[in-house]
Design a protein around this ligand. Structure first.
Ligand SMILES: [Ca+2]
Length: 223
């Protein structure tokens, strides 16, 4: 096979090459097939170059031939790399062109990858409950609901069935779905903290001065 790289293929080359060839048989344009194969062979032989989220299909903080292959597989319906990661020219969705751009970037070509912003993975509408103890109110419990937007900003409130207590809180999620945010419980200032997971969230709350604390949990009801 023609390649201008002039260096040996890496140790996992044969298995990856077999996968690449299987994928390439599905790419329709012969010209694109030859070009892609040539660049893929180079990518197998050269060290990874570059870091970043855009183009990093496997989220290992390096953009290389593995990511190009994931984009290529996605382009033919055999993979699931998100548009916001693998559509690196923001044209036409994830297609073979994106795989080629990722490859070129990965082997050090002067290419700028351009991705759209990925929606926050925890975005949606949540509903749940809270409970705890507040001095001098005693036991408190009730319902809460909140919304997380595509950027990870959340806002919500809660209220007991009797109207005895009310929550107000908002803030921004960390990339891992955790947060700490100041809010209010009735006339008190309270610190809310929590952790989002797939389809649910839970955490705790504590009123300034230690006069109250408790827990909360919620379930995603509408993505
Ligand atoms: Ca594209």
């Amino acid at each position: 096979m023609p390649t201008s790289c002039g260096t040996a293929i890496t140790t996992d080359g044969p298995a990856r090459l077999a996968r690449i060839l299987r994928v390439l048989t599905h790419v329709e344009a012969a010209a694109s097939r030859g070009l892609l194969l040539s660049v893929l062979l180079c990518a197998l032989a050269l060290p990874a170059h570059g870091e970043g989220v855009c183009g990093d299909a496997n989220a290992d903080m390096s953009v290389n031939s593995s990511d190009a292959l994931a984009a290529l597989e996605t382009g033919i319906g055999a993979g699931d790399c998100p548009v916001c990661i693998c559509d690196v020219d923001q044209i036409g969705g994830v297609i073979a062109t994106d795989a080629l751009l990722i490859l070129r970037f990965g082997v050090g070509h002067a290419i700028v990858l351009s991705c759209s912003v990925c929606p926050n993975p925890f975005a949606g509408i949540y509903m749940g409950t809270y409970e705890g103890v507040v001095t001098p109110l005693g036991d408190v419990d009730g319902f809460l609901d909140f919304v997380v937007d595509d950027q990870g900003f959340f806002t919500g409130d809660g209220m007991s069935a009797s109207g005895q207590t009310t929550f107000e809180f908002d803030g921004m999620l960390e990339p891992d779905g955790s947060f700490e945010s100041m809010g209010s419980l009735g006339t008190f200032t309270a610190l809310f903290s929590g952790q989002f997971a797939q389809g649910s969230a839970s955490g705790s709350w504590e009123i300034e001065g230690g006069v109250g604390s408790g827990t909360w949990d919620a379930t995603l009801v509408e993505p």
